[in-house]
Design a binder for this molecule. Sequence first.
Ligand SMILES: *Cc1c(COP(=O)(O)O)cnc(C)c1O
Length: 431
Amino acid sequence: MFISKNLNINKKGNLEIGNVDTIDLVNEYKTPLYVMDEDVIRENCRSFKASIEKYYGDGLVCYASKTFCCKEMCRIINDEGLGLDISSGGELHTAMSVNFPPEKLVFHGNNKTEQELKLALDYGVGRIVVDNFDELSLLTRLANEMNKTANIMLRIKPGVDANTHNFIMTGQIDSKFGLALETGEAFAAAKLAIESDNINLRGFHCHIGSQIFDIEPFALAAKVMLLFTAKVKNELDYEIHDLNLGGGFGIRYTLDQEQKPNEAYMERVSEVVKDKCKQLDIRLPFILLEPGRSIAGPAGITLYKVGSVKKIPDVRTYVSVDGGMTDNPRYALYGAKYEMLLANKANLPKEREVTVAGKCCESGDLLGENVKIQEVETGDILAVLATGAYNYSMASNYNRIPRAAVVMVSKGKARTIVKRESYDDLIRNDV
Ligand SMILES: *Cc1c(COP(=O)(O)O)cnc(C)c1O
């Protein structure tokens, strides 16, 4: 009945996550509250890692930290032997604060600043993914000045339409990310990188979008990238080592969605890569994958307290909670749908259709419309499921609302991994 198997209902009729009663969590840690299940995170790390070993051979799974990043998450990812995909100086700083191995960092971004690139060179980041010509020349100059070698990959637009929501689509020609193949831009950048001193071109990268359920776009992107690899080998006499196929694997947000097992992607993509390499006479690349949502997303839920319940006859019922777009902006941004239920009435049937609103001064501050939940009243605890990705990491202090705490559960126990912000935290940097 639930979208993920780590959730269940206990004898009291309360929702449990990782064998911890969510109502106990609310009593101890207050609301709104993000809850992450450590065992689900670790299981997802292991299944992606195992899929490369089982179906392919050499590779590295790099967790996309933008989905959910904090010190404890970086520690867990390192503990599981994964690499980390970062896209800002702040994520780099978080990773280095827990001694993440810099050679296993992959640094993305279409506009990394000079300061961020210097930091990356200083720390010895293993792979800087260069997005454009301006960045390539800036990085070459910095590496020269600092007398370092920059290990880079080039971000390529494979032009694959992954058929997802427009706002989160990348990899097409009209995208702010990467170098286009069809205009010759990618080839020219590869040539320049190979010829540049202090630059070590390790390979190519693509990321075709997010929340993609279909496997074929990944297989197609891999083919396109290998054709380009062969062209570079044949025309520039340079054979790359790494092929980074990005992330974007879809997860189950609602009961009508079917999620593929994490292993399914490499099972299919390995076949394509092996065939294509043989056919093109290029060596098998070291494969990198960058799952984000599919590692953190299913592990998390958010708990809120229901405040006002406003029935507008013949229109709708607004159920307002003590959070909203400040802790989860995804419905306001792009209409993202979530499964919800009342955690203290989890054993009752979902008989009400409501609109769940946040507490911000914005009409668009909604968490969902036409959502089915149990018969609701003030004081109930609303659980929103599969909020482990792109929630805490997208949170804001709009209306000067302090950010919620993050609690990690594992095997019946809970611990705080990010403290709740206080009102004083809000004014800390005010002058
Ligand atoms: C966002 C992003 C990812 C992760 O995407 P998910 O959909 O969360 O798996 C991986 N690689 C790059 C370059 C990204 O920008």
